[in-house]
Design a protein. Structure first.
Length: 283
């Protein structure tokens, strides 16, 4: 379903306003491929007709469905492996020392897609940190996509999805087979709380975070939004916490308060003195 320039412009604006995702010129094919099914399912003869209809009504669930359809939800278990090695070898051991008196850890996995990232972390904690058994561990996983959040909460994955990065011993230990799918066991599922949160809008009050993982989402945003999000991450992070981005992302030339630290083949970011600290909640 080819689209007109006006239709492209309509969806480009809608998606950027509602999610921060930038659709540059040349991305017409993305709209055509992602929205053809939405248009068909809603009984429209074309994507142009869908745009006309949406343009004539206030924001509703169909606009929302369109925005969600334009998100890229690519993810996998232990994605890029090195960040998880850094968490296991350095970040978690250091936090265990720092928080020994509180026996409490807060992790925020922002843009968690279908859940592989926060569940990977939860399995890793179970596997390698028996010491944390008596701690209060809160793993908050958020995303803009309600479809992804529903899938993540269900913890149900196809064989193809399981083949992407999950070591066999963990598959056997933490999943049960149900038909052709695999379902994550409750002991891991209950370690993660999934909530809807749009990074481009105002965030709800969040607890001070020891680890913020915000991987492979800011690549879709423009510089102004990236800067604004990094400023708010600073307010949510505890001063001695850790921040992690995707391998193609950086805080460099966006926010000088973040100090880059290399841990083997992974990069983590920590806050430098002056700008560190939580200024307020509800950012
Ligand atoms: C490529 S996935 C990354 C998943 C995971 N963090 C990883 O690295 O494997 C990007 C996710 O960001 C989410 N996303 C896009 N825009 C968002 C926004 N404005 N607020 C919150 N999540 C958003 C998408 O729904 C998608 O699930």
């Amino acid at each position: 379903m080819a689209i007109t320039a006006a239709t492209f412009e309509y969806f480009r604006k809608l998606v950027e306003q509602r999610s921060g995702i930038v659709l540059e010129a040349g991305k017409e094919y993305l709209i055509e491929s992602r929205l053809a099914q939405v248009a068909r399912a809603q009984g429209f003869a074309s994507i142009d007709d869908l745009a006309t209809d949406l343009g004539n009504t206030g924001f509703n669930s169909l606009h929302r469905q369109v925005v969600e359809a334009m998100t890229t939800n690519e993810t996998s278990w232990f994605r890029d492996i090195h960040p998880f090695e850094a968490l296991r070898k350095r970040v978690l051991p250091e936090l265990i020392n720092l928080r020994a008196a509180e026996s409490r850890l807060n992790v925020w996995c922002a843009a968690s897609s279908s859940g592989q990232e926060p569940y990977t972390l939860a399995m890793m904690i179970r596997e390698h940190f028996p010491k944390l058994a008596g701690w209060k561990i809160q793993i908050l996983a958020t995303d803009i996509s309600t479809a992804m959040l529903a899938k993540a909460r269900a913890g149900r994955y196809s064989q193809l999805e399981m083949n992407r990065g999950l070591p066999a011993p963990l598959l056997i230990k933490y999943f049960r087979k149900d038909g052709t799918d695999w379902v994550i066991k409750d002991e891991i599922r209950h370690m993660v709380e999934f909530r809807e949160l749009n990074l481009a809008e105002r965030w709800p009050a969040l607890p001070g975070m020891d680890i913020v993982m915000m991987r492979n989402v800011m690549i879709y945003f423009d510089v102004a939004l990236k800067k604004d999000i990094l400023r708010r991450v600073r307010q949510v992070m505890r001063p001695d916490g850790f921040f992690m981005l995707g391998s193609a992302e950086t805080t460099l030339s966006l926010d000088e308060a973040f100090q880059r630290e290399q841990i083997d083949r992974a990069v983590v970011y920590r806050l430098s003195g002056a700008k560190a600290g939580r200024e307020r909640v509800g950012v």
